[in-house]
Design a protein around this ligand. Structure first.
Ligand SMILES: Nc1ncnc2c1ncn2[C@@H]1O[C@H](COP(=O)(O)OP(=O)(O)OP(=O)(O)O)[C@@H](O)[C@H]1O
Ligand SMILES: [Mg+2]
Length: 312
């Protein structure tokens, strides 16, 4: 402060003071550059850690999925057979019941009646089909989870890379999830110009589906807004899904891409949506970024290259 004041009063600037000021400025600039560099480094380190973590989780997931896939497969197929056998047995039982009247008065008839009451045959006939349906439902759910884990760890690599219009994919996904969204939020589309990109369209649709459903779930108030923005640079396209929902607590931000991380009640979320999406976007050599403010909302941005460089 002093130096500047003196310098401005004096007709000839003091070379020493000037040089000192210059050095201070230089140092400040260098310091600022270092700070930025440091921030970028720690950012890069975070990303690296995240991707290493996901890679090892991916391997684990692939192993688990593979192990579970087999037993679930035969349980599922045996279950179908069991259902058919049970139908046959019930039919047989009905025939026996009909024949029972012919035995009226005999000791056998009394024994049958006693047994029927003891095992509560009428109740069993009602309950067994219910149990079967519920169990089948459970097995189907396990199968879906295993499939999701497999997708996440990219076990299946049979799909074809094609040129596709992302807006088309987003719109058709919106149609599918419309039921989940329409009572919770108004959807605003702010589409830019997008070139067709080289991608696995059905997998990307799964990403959009996860982001849209998550956005709708995050809206706790009566109604909110989900904004879908798109845009492109020379080499990349990006899609943003922004909601006016409850936001994500800071300590959770680093965990949302972990498989099975969920803040939803048991039975409502498996915590696989984002980890799956992460894997799919990674496969496209893109990235997902998220910004969130608790209480105000969240924005997920998916950035994808327009051309997919051939994998070695
Ligand atoms: N838009 C969002 N706003 C607020 N929280 C979010 C949002 N998206 C994700 N989250 C948080 O991240 C967690 C993980 O999300 P993810 O989609 O992986 O699993 P899920 O939605 O809980 O379950 P699933 O997708 O398997 O049904 C969510 O439980 C939620 O806490
Ligand atoms: Mg989800």
């Amino acid at each position: 402060m002093n130096t500047t004041a003196t310098a401005s009063v004096l007709p000839v600037p003091m070379p020493g003071a000037d040089a000192a000021e210059h050095r201070v400025q230089e140092l400040l600039r260098a310091n600022e550059e270092l700070k930025q560099l440091n921030a970028r480094l720690s950012d890069a380190q975070d990303k690296l850690m995240q991707s290493e973590k996901m890679a090892s989780i991916g391997q684990l997931a692939a192993g688990v999925a593979h192990e579970i896939n087999n037993p679930i497969g035969f349980i599922f197929s045996n279950f179908g057979t069991l259902e058919r056998y049970l139908d046959d047995l019930f039919e047989m039982l009905a025939a026996y019941e009909e024949a029972e009247s012919a035995l009226a008065g005999s000791p056998v008839a009394a024994r049958l009646k006693a047994l029927r009451e003891k095992i509560e045959l009428d109740f069993l006939k009602e309950d067994i089909p219910t149990l079967m349906t519920e169990s089948k439902d459970g097995i189907t759910r396990v199968r879906n989870i295993v499939q999701n884990l497999k997708d996440f760890s990219r076990v299946d690599t049979s799909q074809k890379w094609v040129l596709a219009d992302l807006h088309h994919g987003i719109d058709s996904t919106l149609n599918i999830v419309n039921n989940e969204i329409k009572y919770k939020a108004e959807v605003v589309k702010d589409y830019g110009q997008l070139p067709d990109i080289e991608c696995l369209p059905s997998e990307l649709n799964q990403v959009f589906l996860n982001l849209l459903v998550n956005a709708a779930h995050a809206i706790r108030a009566d109604r909110g807004t989900i904004t879908i923005r798109t845009g492109a640079t020379d080499t990349h396209v990006w899609v943003e899904v922004q909601d006016t929902g409850e936001g994500i607590a800071k300590e959770n931000l680093v965990r949302i891409f972990d498989p099975f991380f969920t803040t939803k009640p048991v039975g409502q979320g498996t915590g696989l949506g984002l980890s799956l999406s992460y894997g799919i976007v990674k496969k496209h050599l893109g990235h997902i970024d998220v910004t969130s403010e608790p209480g105000a909302g969240t924005c997920f941005r998916v950035t994808l290259p327009i051309r997919h460089p051939e994998e070695a």
